[in-house]
Every structure is written in structure tokens, then in C-alpha cells.
Design a protein. Structure first.
Length: 83
């Protein structure tokens, strides 16, 4: 099964990325995921279910430990041929 995760962390800081946002992006960028897209207001990545779920677990733990007060995420199952 392939999954897509989309997430944001809060609180926002428009002047510079807060520590929790940097940590969350590092987790996703170093995980064994594909189609990684990080941005100031949202991040996405795709991969096998085990890789995505492991990355989400690490993301939540590290972002919260780094000061995130809210993590919004959505996980979608990708069908065959989904992009």
C-alpha cells in the first residue's frame, strides 16, 4: 500500500522557520520517502505504508519535543496510478 502524507506544524513564524518546522522537514527529507515537497505552509511526501507511518511517528514526536503546539496532518491511501 502506498500513502501520501500532508502536514503543517504550528505556531507559524513568518520571519524564520521555527525549530519544530525545521525538525519536521528534516524528518521527512531524510526518511525513505518519495515525492517530497516542503514549503512554508505545507509539506507532502509519498511512500510505502511502513515508511510513511514510521516517518509520521518520528515527525510527531520530534516536532512536539521541539516546540510545536499543533501538528495538522492528513494521510491518504494512493490508488494505482495515483499521483
Amino acid at each position: 500500500m502506498r500513502l501520501r502524507v500532508e502536514f503543517t506544524t504550528e505556531p507559524f513564524d513568518l520571519d524564520e522557520a521555527p525549530a519544530h518546522a525545521v525538525v519536521a522537514r528534516e524528518v521527512i527529507q531524510t526518511a525513505e520517502l518519495e515525492a517530497v515537497d516542503v514549503g512554508p505552509f505545507g509539506n507532502t511526501a509519498e511512500g510505502g505504508a511502513d515508511a510513511v507511518l514510521t516517518a509520521v511517528d518520528t515527525l510527531l514526536r520530534r516536532a512536539l519535543a521541539s516546540g510545536a503546539t499543533r501538528v495538522s496532518l492528513q494521510v491518504n491511501v494512493l490508488g494505482e496510478g495515483a499521483k
